[in-house]
Design a protein around this ligand. Sequence first.
Ligand code: PEP
Length: 251
Amino acid sequence: MTTTISPLIAGNWKMNVMRGALEELAALAGMLTSGEAPRAIVVICPPATILSEVAHQGATSGIQAGGQDCHTQAQGAHTGDISAGMLADAGAQYVIVGHSERRADHGETDAQVCAKAEAAIGAGLKPIICVGETEAQRDSGEAEAIVAAQLATSIPDAANQHEVIVAYEPIWAIGTGRTPTILEIARMHDSIREQLNARFAEKGPTIRILYGGSLKPQNAREILAVENVNGGLVGGASLLAKDFYTIISAV
Ligand code: PEP
């Protein structure tokens, strides 16, 4: 039996925007509501400073909001951090965990990423769990093994009962304009699907696997058509409504 998964396109605005980006959100909302309804679930993960506005402003056009990270704990003495419950309270429905920039900048381990995903689930959020290899690891033929190890330890067992999303993001493709070949993307996504099926039985075929890394209007159609690519996580090209809308429309 083939499982149909509704695709999801998430924009990661990173630490790149201020309140002025709400104008881009309004422009995107206008595009999404003026024509045919989008075939994808649309999510924007803005900086936490404007999360609440994005959640409330986006709701009228079906745009959902997500955080870019959360703490493992529900509350406590963790100055500067933000809990999954706080993101949910601000209107988020998703949260990115384990983005390679957080793994690199903050030394986050797979175990911490797993704990963050558990915290997200506990707060009623859907974690978008990021995995991906470095360029050296791909060049040495280790990409699939590295990603397999990340998946095994970053996805909590709770994924059996709750919705989680996997984002495959080759680190060397993020923000570089370079992407793996279509065959490389297909192989990696098939390999991730096999692992999800083996670990989560009936739930495995229903888990979305997003591709991320220099997804652009120019390559979106081809990449998003690959089997087991169930949407995308988009950085740079999500900052301009026109570009992001073109990617959403490519689904
Ligand atoms: C990302 O950082 O998640 C990402 C995919 O960035 P970009 O699209 O800019 O490569």
